[in-house]
Ligand binder design. Sequence first.
Ligand SMILES: Cc1ncc(COP(=O)(O)O)c(C=O)c1O
Length: 423
Amino acid sequence: MDIERIRQQFPVFSIPTLKDSVFFDGAAGTQMCKSALDASVRSAIEHNANLGGHFSTSTLARQEIDRARCAAAALVNANCAEEIVFGHNMTTLTFHLSRCLGRSLRKGDEIVLTRSDHEANISPWLELAKDLELSVRWLPFDSQTYGFDISEIESSITERTKIVALSYANNITGTINDVALVAALARRKGAIVYIDAVQFAPHGVIDVQALGCDFLVCSSHKLYGPHHGILWGRLEVLEALIPYKPRPTSDSPPYKLETGTKSREAIAGILGAIDHLAWIGREFGGASEQSDKRQQIVAGTRTVVEHEQGLVQQVLDGLKGFEGIRIYGYCEPSELSRRVPTLSFTLESTPSEVVSQHMAEQGIRLWHGNNFSTETIGALGLDQNDGVVRISLAQYSSQDDVQRFLSALDRFSCPASHRPHRR
Ligand SMILES: Cc1ncc(COP(=O)(O)O)c(C=O)c1O
């Protein structure tokens, strides 16, 4: 992958005050690619009308949303575009969905959550459990894999389990969890499987058919698009759902779950972001103009993953030599395919906040703290406020970025004479 050509697709790198930044904050939100920005602006100018009218701006807006739905269906390998629901963001979609699913739950029913999840896939279910007096069972955090512990699934998922909510990749440690295994067991017991793929989606090929889940949700703003959420739901499950909606809103999926006026410019931007991924597949991944969109997306994603894994190795090689550093996640070259390029660490002698302030002064944008993963941070025995220093690489990250980050981190290492382990 030609990194310079990728970076040219991101207008932020042509802004004088920003072009020298290192954007290692992608797990919280990536920069927007040109095709997403162009599509959003075009939608706001050329198709700025609500849906359902006979006039051209309305019909064009509708067509664009239909195309975005088809593209999102190709992204996750859905059966049809009606399985794609757009919403404000993953968190809001999950609160909404949890309320709708709760309509068919009864006191004493069980739900299974994991201690490897972001709060966006915990709090909605805990609130539901409180309201309906459901029992909550937890899959513990596994300090060996830095994800959830699957050895406990047989005892955690029972005949009474109605929902299993779990994350594809941990947003602190980067571990890719074996969600297909859990989904298979959960479905055998008749439970609904809800997967948070927010952190996995930018770094791996999603195939909801192979996963065997019922819902999968991700964020466009971590996929180089605008701030918006994308939810996939199995059609028959969506059809059976009793939604909270205004009476005149359609009773059919996906419309019954998309209440109120849609953010047409965000949805158009999602189409632009997925087109960008398909473009990478054609330019660098060996897909042709004739390949269908899914093939182009898969080829684009694989190309990005290969690039990112090379950078993760470079980061790990640099970090491992630091004395007093603790990295939370897979670190060995043979383990790279088991993680996404989000790496968290703490330094023995320096608070994470101090590292993050220093990096900000150097133009290196990264996050510290718990990143809304309070269960993971608790399981790692870390302070909830100071948490970890987290860097998250993206398709536009370069070897140069990694080098700048490692050099900036050098400020916190001991003098050379006191660093026997430094490579
Ligand atoms: C794993 C994970 N799930 C969910 C979310 C929430 O996503 P959204 O910003 O779309 O609400 C985040 C945000 O960082 C996340 O990392």
